[in-house]
Ligand binder design. Structure first.
Ligand SMILES: [Fe+2]
Ligand SMILES: [Fe+2]
Length: 346
């Protein structure tokens, strides 16, 4: 599944064609790709994801100088604008911040999201698919939020740093959430290498990660970045409890449930910190960000809602939620071979 990156249409082909042809500055001109009229589509989301990876882990065989090459940044901007416009349109009407926060705190009775499905009727194949979708973010958990750190200041910055410190294991690298997720993938016979399953992951999952990076990379969107992060932290704990129970029922064992068990407690604390420490302090220092924070919360609901709809639509009709199904047999490795002392495991 890993291997050469494969385009999904003219936009992602244009990005790949440009950056894989050699180092920047060789005078190549990008034929104007397009159209940009399907921002939720496979091609558009992959093209944006590839642009963002140049700011993040880089792409195999691609010169790192492409990160700041104006020609590529122009294309990235052409991809970002219609995506952000589509998210804004779908997020309307954005409620005032207090109302947006209140809504987040209410767990709807009789919820129907993917964690409810996995807990009630999910099978092992669906659990493995869920981990593959989520791997694009959780294997780099909190990296997109770190873009935000130097863009806010004072108490809000200090508390955001405290939360993200936990995400990286709070001084214990073996407890970094990305590593716990990798152990969980291995326990389910999945390859935990970063981006290994990119080719299988559909646009609705890419959009969740792309939105985090989009918000994180733009200072003008720092309020929205806080809002999306808050939505994740505030809603995580009960969902994590359901996922831990679901994966336990499906044979996950200690390694196969540790990531979600960790989040039941960690995010119950982070929920308080993000509301009272990050949001309240940011809005008090910079009141003009309040409506952007509310927009970030609404935007998170939009992308998460699309992702959930995709998963449940596929699963309820007996289809794979990935672009092609996973091989039946577990392919990789024994969790014991992953880095981190065994003593770190529950
Ligand atoms: Fe986490
Ligand atoms: Fe957290």
């Amino acid at each position: 599944m890993s291997g050469p990156l494969r385009p999904r249409g003219p936009l992602s082909a244009a990005v790949l064609g440009l950056v894989t042809a050699g180092p920047p500055g060789a005078g190549r001109l990008l034929a104007p790709p397009g159209p940009f009229d399907d921002p939720w589509g496979e091609d558009h989301q992959l093209a944006l994801f590839l642009c963002y990876e140049l700011h993040d882990r880089g792409l195999p065989g691609v010169h790192p100088g492409w990160e700041w090459e104006p020609e590529l940044l122009t294309l990235r901007r052409a991809l970002e604008r219609p995506f952000l416009a589509a998210v804004r349109a779908a997020a309307e009407p954005v409620p005032p911040l207090p109302e947006a926060l209140e809504r987040l705190l209410l767990e709807p009775a009789g919820g129907t999201g993917p964690s409810h499905h996995l807990l009630a009727v999910g099978d092992r194949t669906q659990a493995r698919e869920y981990l593959v979708h989520r791997s694009l973010y959780h294997l780099k958990e909190a990296d997109p939020q770190l873009w935000l750190l130097p863009r806010i200041h004072g108490p809000a910055q200090a508390v955001l740093l405290a939360i993200t410190f936990d995400e990286y294991g709070a001084g214990r690298p073996e407890r970094a959430h990305a590593l716990l997720f990798a152990r969980m993938m291995a326990a389910f016979g999945l390859d935990p290498a970063y981006r290994h399953y990119l080719d299988l992951v559909p646009a609705s999952s890419l959009a969740v990660v792309n939105l985090m990076t989009l918000f994180g990379l733009h200072r003008a969107l720092r309020g929205a970045a806080v809002g999306q992060f808050a939505a994740i932290e505030i809603t995580s704990s009960p969902g994590a409890a359901r996922l831990a129970a679901a994966l336990d029922r499906l044979g996950g064992g200690p390694d196969g449930t540790l990531f979600y068990r960790e989040h039941v407690e960690a995010d119950a604390v982070h929920e308080q910190l993000v509301r009272r420490g990050v949001i309240a302090e940011l809005v008090s220092a910079e009141p003009e960000t309040a409506q952007d924070v509310a927009f970030g919360i609404a935007a998170a609901e939009v992308v998460d809602g699309r992702f959930a709809e995709h998963l449940l639509g596929c699963w309820r009709s007996g289809r794979s939620s990935l672009r092609s199904p996973l091989p039946d047999l577990p392919d990789l490795p024994d969790p014991a071979t992953l880095p981190g002392p065994a003593a770190a495991r529950d």
